[in-house]
Design a protein around this ligand. Structure first.
Ligand SMILES: O=C(O)[C@H](O)[C@H](O)[C@@H](O)CO
Ligand SMILES: [Mg+2]
Length: 390
């Protein structure tokens, strides 16, 4: 079997979007942008879809959501020529060709995300060619079904957040992730607002359910050192991305500071990136995204590395490419889950592009033993709400 063609198309959403409210989520821009500009970081409203076809007509689907237009250019210009004519079963060799040929400028960030998209499509082909789901090629079924956590609860009105938590508690979720709205730029009033929201959510879900708290790189070390001791009484299962991804020493200091586990990784790349995080005990929960970190080829290696450190893997994003890594590894106890909503941040856009995503039932996800490959097809229902860039 040989790879015959690689097609990367950008799906640009032009449909209705829900504008994020003021302090929707703390983020790295809070310290350098005005309030309105900072929320512009939450506009993941395009997605690049990669279709790789083999000489015997199998089509594999990959995807990338970070800088989609740039990712497409990198795939078209640099990565496609490296894999066309090659055997997709030589996936490690192909991964190394892509990684090493772009190494001078692409070890992290959008190039690694572009490599991930090509790698996902290759693994989709492998599964389809042997009529097996990808997780069966990685380690098989390690769970009867996948526990997942409800991930939204962005910082809106407190009562709205409580109503949202109650709604999904009633749907059987037992784990919830919420977003802080405030950080160092918002002073002591912001600290109070952050604590008020956590207390309000604990009132709804109680202490028999898990609560995770997301900073999305919006704090700094000094602010986090003030906040974490104040949060201990709320027993969060983890506090996520408290500082920017490059501040690994900051992560490590915070991870030892209190009883609260620090999580991160959705903005880290490659096996070597996670080697650093683990060696320096920077995180207690690893959260790579398989469509960013280097695809399934890289994520599978990172799962093994995390297993050796007894650090759990909870991949970023409730999306199919991550579920296969969780299903097939004892190192990964659970998945993130974004329910389908009107397009807001863009995490939910996946549902408007692909069919096949599992829907959570009572806080669990299921993958089918008999659906080959990643289990996704391209949806046509919302196609008229996308501008497609070939
Ligand atoms: O952990 C997450 O789900 C990500 O950080 C979100 O995609 C991002 O939108 C911030 O909530
Ligand atoms: Mg996150």
């Amino acid at each position: 079997m040989k790879i015959k063609s690689v097609r990367a198309r950008v799906y640009e959403w032009k449909g209705k979007t829900v504008p994020p409210q003021g302090n929707f989520c703390s983020n790295a821009m809070d310290l350098v942008y005005s309030k309105t500009e900072t929320m512009s970081t939450f506009r993941f409203h395009s997605w690049t879809v990669v279709e790789i076809e083999t000489d015997d007509g199998i089509v594999g689907l990959g995807n990338v959501a970070l800088a989609p237009k740039i990712a497409k250019a990198i795939i078209d210009e640099y990565l496609a020529p490296l894999v066309i004519g090659q055997d997709p079963w030589d996936y490690e060799y192909l991964w190394q060709r892509m990684y090493r040929s772009t190494h001078a400028w692409g070890r992290k960030g959008v190039t690694m995300a572009a490599i991930s998209a090509v790698d996902l499509a290759i693994w989709d082909i492998l599964g389809k060619s042997v009529n097996k789901p990808v997780f069966k090629l990685l380690g098989g079924r390690t769970k009867e079904k996948i526990p997942c956590y409800y991930s939204k609860l962005y910082r809106t009105d407190i009562q709205e957040m409580q109503d949202e938590a109650q709604k999904f508690l009633d749907q059987g979720f037992t784990m919830f992730k919420s977003r802080f709205g405030y950080g160092p730029a918002h002073g002591t009033q912001g600290v109070k607002e952050n604590l008020k929201a956590v207390e309000a959510l604990r009132e709804v879900i109680g202490y028999d359910n898990d609560l995770m708290l997301e900073c999305y790189m919006g704090w700094n070390l000094e602010y986090a050192k003030r906040m974490l001791p104040k949060l201990e009484k709320f027993q969060p299962r983890w506090v996520e991305e408290p500082v920017i991804a490059d501040d690994i020493d900051g992560y490590a200091e915070l991870n030892q500071l209190t009883s609260i586990p620090i999580s991160g990784g959705e903005h880290e790349f490659s096996l070597y990136g996670f080697k650093q995080l683990l060696e320096r005990k920077a995180v207690s929960v690893v959260q790579y995204d398989t469509n960013r970190v280097g695809g399934i080829t890289a994520a599978h290696k990172i799962n093994a590395l995390c297993e050796s450190y007894s650090v759990p893997v909870v991949p970023h994003a409730g999306q199919m490419h991550n579920y296969h890594l969780t299903m097939s590894s004892m190192a990964s106890p659970m998945s993130e889950y974004f329910p389908m909503f009107d397009v807001e941040v863009g995490n939910e856009l996946f549902y408007y592009i692909f069919d096949g995503e599992p829907v959570a039932e009572n806080g669990f996800l299921q993958l089918d033993d008999n659906t080959p490959g990643l289990g996704l097809t391209l949806k046509t229902e919302f196609l008229d709400q996308f501008n497609i860039i070939e």
